[in-house]
Design a protein around this ligand. Sequence first.
Ligand SMILES: NC(=O)C1=CN([C@@H]2O[C@H](COP(=O)(O)OP(=O)(O)OC[C@H]3O[C@@H](n4cnc5c(N)ncnc54)[C@H](O)[C@@H]3O)[C@@H](O)[C@H]2O)[C@@H](O)CC1
Ligand SMILES: Nc1ncnc2c1ncn2[C@@H]1O[C@H](COP(=O)(O)OP(=O)(O)O)[C@@H](O)[C@H]1O
Ligand SMILES: [K+]
Length: 485
Amino acid sequence: MKPLYAQSQLRAMEQAHAHDGLMEKAGAAAARLASSLLLTVSGARILVLAGPGNNGGDALVAARYLRQQGYQVDVVFTGTYASLPPDARAAYEAWLADGGEIASGLPQGREWQLIVDGLFGIGLTRELDALHRDLVQQVNAMGVPVLSLDIPTGICMHTGRVLGAAVCAAHTLTFLGLKPGLYTQDGPDHAGQVYLDNLGLNAAPPAAGFLVDVPPALPARRRLNSHKGSHGSVGVIGGAEHMVGAVLLAGRAALRAGAGRVYCGLLAGSAPALDQGQAELMLRDAASVPQFATVMVAGPGMGQSDTAVSLLHSLLELSQLLILDADALNLLAAHPELQAILHQRKPGTLAITPHPGEAATLLHITTAEVQADRVASALRMAREFGAIVVLKGCGSVVALPDGRWFINHSGNPGMASAGMGDTLCGIIAALAAQEMSLEEAVLLAVYLHGAAADSLVAKGVGPVGMTASEVASEARALLNQWRYR
Ligand SMILES: NC(=O)C1=CN([C@@H]2O[C@H](COP(=O)(O)OP(=O)(O)OC[C@H]3O[C@@H](n4cnc5c(N)ncnc54)[C@H](O)[C@@H]3O)[C@@H](O)[C@H]2O)[C@@H](O)CC1
Ligand SMILES: Nc1ncnc2c1ncn2[C@@H]1O[C@H](COP(=O)(O)OP(=O)(O)O)[C@@H](O)[C@H]1O
Ligand SMILES: [K+]
């Protein structure tokens, strides 16, 4: 896991090292990366975009180093000299003193092999104005690789949201520490490959959150002398008429992630007595399932019938570890009396896995408002529902009631297909059944789920057409590889 920082923490780091030449180091690092990216292009021409603040200063330093290395460098500066912050002003003067020139608009009739984006960094506080929006759109239309400094211009460092328009970079060199906006929402689509340069600062403050980019804690190795009862029992309730598959997908995923036994309770009157594709699943009357299970999942395809409400009600009052998804979340949103029970539960025994639409229903806001700040939305749900929360989507956010949060770094758009969420809750339940805490199970399951999808893409199974069942099988392969090899 890697630390993620808030703007205030990055500012404090900058201030504590105000006399350490950080901008010079940042610009030099940018020039090094730029020239390594251009290695195969001799005599390359580089466009450097410098904005009105210190991000622009970094770019001007990089421009100077690149010019000294023999590149042809065109600088476009969008600020005003008089309002530049001191370090950036010094960088501006040094560029001119070195013989560099400054243009205020894009030079015509030139072709560049690389663009360095130093328009805005972590100081972007509002939507881009018309001038910058226009420039960003022109840059994106050029089809030239872009190296963004600190964060792609136009991306909000906290939320990953596009503020009006944003640069689509192939590479982002980020300074001092990683920013959450690089890893969730629209950040990953704009940042390309991310490189971190800590500018020589080795002591960093405590993280605001964490990026989960390696497998977190794994379940213990199995004792040779173990039996099916040693690996827990998962129960899954849901599957109203026409939605039976959701429960079967969750149950099958739980088997593949190692649960000793899996029971499924289907609400549909026409439900099968056997899963023809997975005879190991034990199909029972939904109301009876909790008595067999150490960990329960409720919600996949559950519908919102009175039966569903009363099943959920009784489940919330039981002490088992519980994972709620899909319709269970919609029911929770619609029935305040169900929410009231949540706070009587033992801490750490409930997880909820909303996608942004379900999160909006739970929080009584719009999906756009949820997405405007995914970390804040996930933390709010964690607090209000006393639950471990997975806010799914690109850069899934895991938030805990005590205020800790994580952004998951695995996964890809091949996962945007029906059944993926059912698979995720089956995996969470199976890991929790194998004696992990629910918090550990959630963190591992979210990473594993995405890593399995990434592994399938690497093998050519996706992103197009990758199925949730395939992800469950690949998750099994990875879990075995991580734990036993
Ligand atoms: N100060 C330092 O010691 C260091 C700063 N660094 C760089 O400095 C950056 C942060 O610099 P700043 O705080 O100056 O911020 P930025 O350079 O990101 O931009 C801030 C400037 O843009 C203006 N602005 C914000 N939103 C705007 C909008 N939508 N339209 C038009 N103007 C807008 C602000 O009023 C301000 O003038 C970092 O991202 C990093 O690149 C690094 O060099 C590390 C060291
Ligand atoms: N673009 C994406 N990048 C990464 N993960 C994604 C992406 N799209 C979907 N996912 C993941 O796939 C799963 C989809 O869950 P959900 O929307 O509940 O699907 P369903 O209800 O159809 O099963 C979530 O874990 C989500 O994080
Ligand atoms: K930038």
